[in-house]
Ligand binder design. Structure first.
Ligand SMILES: *[C@@H]1O[C@H](CO)[C@@H](O)[C@H](O)[C@H]1NC(C)=O
Length: 121
């Protein structure tokens, strides 16, 4: 079997058993440590995805390219759980995302040298 895809960004689950990969043009791939493909998620909100981040609790955060949004995906990589922020919250070409537990915020690095901080409860 030939797995052919372009890797944008990747992240590892806290337990190290899963690898999440955003790929051109509209996919989130979840692989087991041995390389087995566990799940493929395609969603209209996942077109041109960029940065991906896994919180210490195993929540998967993703920068959607078009439409520009910050998304949360289930830990199994099978479905989108929530849209956390969109254009109206100030999301503009998000490239990287990470979660800060100490400040309960999601920090988004965006194209155009700006950083968006979203408070979460
Ligand atoms: C790879 O890992 C998955 C998940 O842990 C497991 O279900 C599968 O049997 C493994 N495959 C091989 C070839 O070891």
């Amino acid at each position: 079997m030939l797995l052919c895809f372009a890797v944008f960004e990747c992240a590892v689950s806290p337990t190290g058993d899963k690898l999440y990969i955003t790929s051109k043009f509209d996919k989130l791939l979840t692989l087991a440590r041995n390389g087995t493909l566990l799940a493929t998620l395609t969603d209209p909100d996942l077109y041109l995805p960029h940065g991906i981040h896994v919180t210490p609790a195993g929540q998967v955060l993703l920068c959607g390219g078009v439409p520009q949004a910050i998304l949360q995906v289930g830990g199994k990589g099978r479905r989108k759980l929530a849209t956390l922020a969109t254009h109206k919250d100030g999301v503009r070409s998000p490239l990287v995302v990470c979660y800060s537990g100490s400040t309960s915020s999601i920090i988004v690095g965006q194209n155009g040298d700006n950083i968006l901080v979203l408070r979460v409860k």
